[in-house]
Design a protein. Sequence first.
Length: 70
Amino acid sequence: MGFVMKTIVLHQQDIGAAGKEKLSYWSALQRWLQRYRSRRLLLQLDRGQLKDIGITREEALEEARKPFWR
């Protein structure tokens, strides 16, 4: 867990409902960005690398086609 996330977790108790709502939006945005980046990276792997992680090229393409919010 990075410094920013530790800070957010530590300060969750100090914020009200509006702050928690903002925090949940921030968390969602971080998850979406991570999914987007991971799926783009999958497209850069060759067949051997994909085999090493246990997926086929077709499975990688299927995953990469998903929208970032899913």
